[in-house]
Design a protein around this ligand. Structure first.
Ligand code: FE2
Length: 220
């Protein structure tokens, strides 16, 4: 949501035109709705299961983003790094949500929330793929590089999210993990949609940047 607020307010790529800002406002509304739905459903399920003090390990994605968004990074670059993480998340979440929709191990309420979110996220992916070329065209060469490296870092973190948080929940429910729950413990992290969307922006060869491993050693 912060990335969408930055975009809407003109901090990422200058002030966008009315139609673009309306599309971003609609995404913001959906994301707020997703948070409310998931918090409410999780609270209901956790209290029903007696999980009153659930302890989760830190998120790989959140920890990585915080490290790259430290106070020494200039505000304009912070907005680009936040947007890169948002774009990667939006364009990579589909297979994860689809797996959650099919996971019979989950409470039906959680599956229904995942189904509702999946419908919205598919619309967001289409909207974002349409917005990305125009947004990227407004960036300087330096800021395009910052965005591309930020997106590559985000993909690396999303791929590294290895299901430890799900494993922690299963352990606290005293349910077996590992082979009994393969779908939950090994969620997919397919970057194809992101690679395709960025290929249409004329930002250079993002696929090669991803595969070069540069995201692990460089900061644009
Ligand atoms: Fe979204």
């Amino acid at each position: 949501m912060p990335a969408l607020l930055d975009l809407h307010g003109g901090q990422t790529a200058g002030m966008l035109h009315f139609g673009q800002r309306r599309a971003i406002a609609e995404m913001l509304t959906d994301e707020g709705h997703h948070i409310r739905l998931m918090v409410q459903a999780s609270s209901t399920v956790a209290s029903g299961r007696g999980l009153t003090a659930l302890v989760l390990p830190p998120s790989v994605v959140v920890r990585g983003a915080r490290a790259r968004l430290n106070d020494s990074v200039a505000p304009a670059r912070r907005a680009l790094i936040r947007f890169a993480l948002a774009a990667a998340s939006e364009l990579m979440i589909d297979p994860t949500l689809a797996a959650l929709c099919d996971a019979r191990e989950l409470q039906p309420l959680i599956r229904h929330v995942a189904e509702a979110q999946l419908r919205d996220e598919r619309a967001h992916a289409v909207a974002l793929a349409g917005l990305l070329p125009e947004i990227c065209a407004a960036l300087s060469a330096e800021h395009k590089e910052c965005f591309a490296v930020g997106a590559a870092h985000a993909v690396a973190d999303l791929r590294a999210a290895d299901g430890k948080r799900w494993a922690a929940i299963l352990a606290q429910l005293e349910l077996p993990g590992g082979a009994a729950q393969p779908q939950l413990l090994s969620l997919p992290a397919d970057a194809t949609a992101l690679v395709d969307a960025l290929a249409a922006t004329g930002m250079g060869d993002f696929a090669s940047l991803l595969e070069s491993g540069r995201a692990g050693i460089a900061d644009a």
